[in-house]
Design a protein around this ligand. Sequence first.
Ligand code: ARG
Length: 460
Amino acid sequence: MTLWNSRLGTDPSDALMDFSVSIQFDKRLAKYDIEASLAHLFGLKEVGLVEQGEFEKISEALKIIEEEMAAGSFDFIQTDEDIHTAIERRTIELVGDVGGKLHTGRSRNDQVVTALRLLLKDELKNIFSNIIDFNSVILNRAKEVPDVYLPGYTHLQRAQPILLSHHLLAHGWAFFRDLDRIWDCYLRLDCSSLGAGALGGSTLPLDPKIVKDRLGFKNLFENSLDAVADRDFVAEALFVISMVGIHLSKMGEEIILWTTSEFGFATLDDRYSTGSSMLPQKKNPDIAELARGKSGRLIGNLTGFLATLKSLPLAYNRDLQEDKEPLFDSIDQIKLALSAYRGLYETIEFHDTSMQSAADSAYSVAIDLAEWLVKKGLPFRSAYNLVGSIVKDSIQRHVALPELVLAHPDLGEQAMEIFEPGSSVKRRVTHGSTGVDPVKIQIKNYEKKLNETKKQLLKI
Ligand code: ARG
C-alpha cells in the first residue's frame, strides 16, 4: 500500500512505480530525513500537537530506524516510493498508529528539500576541506622549488621564463576562488524549509522557527511556495563543483603535456599512473585524463538540471525529484578526483633540468632586452621594434641572438648579462609577478589565505 492509496482506491501500476520510485538513490538522504523528522517531532511536542509520551515513542522508533539504516538491516519494501515514505511506514510499524502523528503539518515537499539542504551542508564542508588539503599540497610543492624555472606559455608557445613555484601557485589561487564560492553557496543554502507544508503552510499552530533552531539552520524560509519550489541551491552547488572540476581538468591537461617524452617536465609516481594492457613500455596519466573527461560530466549535471528547472510553475512538481542524481554524482566525482589529485601532486617528480633548458632559449628573454633599452631611455615601441628586428635577423640568417646583441651598437657587451640562464626571473620585481622576491611575498600571502580559510571551516 502506498501512502496515498486511500485517495486513489487502487494499487498503482507497476509501470508507474518503476518509473517514479526514487528509493534507489534517495536512500542516501536517510540520516538527514531522520534528523529533520526528529526536529519536526520536537516542534510538534513544543506546540502541544504531540504529547511527551508520544514524542518519546516516536523518537525511539526513529532512532531504531537510524540504526537499521546505518547497519544496512533496514528492510525496504516494494511500496516504499522514496526514503520519506519508507521511514514513515517503518515508524508506524514500530509504534503503531501513533506513528502517524509524525507527518502532522508536514509534506514530503518541505521534507525532501530540508533533507537535501542538510546533506549538502555536510558535503560542501567535505569538499571545502578536501580543497584546503589539496591547496596545502600545492603550497608544499611550491616551497620545495624556490629557484626552478620553466617556460611560461601563451597560446601554448614559449613566452618567457616563469618560476615553477609561481606556476603551481597559480592553480592554488583558482582553488581559493572555488573555496569562496563554496562558502557563499553554503551560506545561502543554510535555510530551513520545514513548516512550509505541501505549499501553503498549515492550519495547525506549528512553529517553524523551533524546528529551524533545532536543525541548526541559520535562516528560515519567508514564503512557503518558494520554500518548496526552490532548488537554486542545487544548481549553485552543481556550478561550484563544475568550476572545481574545470580547474582540475585544466591542471590535468598540463600534467598530460608535462609527462610526455616531448615535454619531459615531470614524471608521475607509479602509484598514480596506469599501464597499458598491450604496450609494455607505457605509463599513462589516467587520473589527469579522467579529471579532464569527468569535468564534461559535471558540466552536464549542471546544464541538465538547469533545463529541468527552467519552466517549472510554482510550487512543487515531481520534476524536482531529478535534482538528486546529478547532485550526488557531482559530489562523489569531485571528492574522488580531489583525493586522486592530492596523491598525484604529492608524488609527481619535476625535472628541473628539462624545464630550465627549455626556458633558457635566448628568444625567451626578448622582452627583457626591450625593457633594458627602456631603462636606457628608449620609448618602449622603439625598443620593441629594435629587438624584434634583431630576432627576425637571427632567425632568417641562422645567427645566434646573443651574437647579434653583442654586435649591436645600442646593446653590446653590457646587455649580455640578460642571457645569463635563470637571470630573467630574478629581474622581475613587480607585485604578483614571477620574480624571485615577489614570489616570496606571494607565498606568505598564500599561507595567510590558507590559514584564514582553515579557520573559516571551523566556523560552520
Ligand atoms: N521523492 C520526491 C522528490 O524527490 C519527494 C517529494 C514527493 N512529493 C510529491 N508531492 N509527490 O521530490
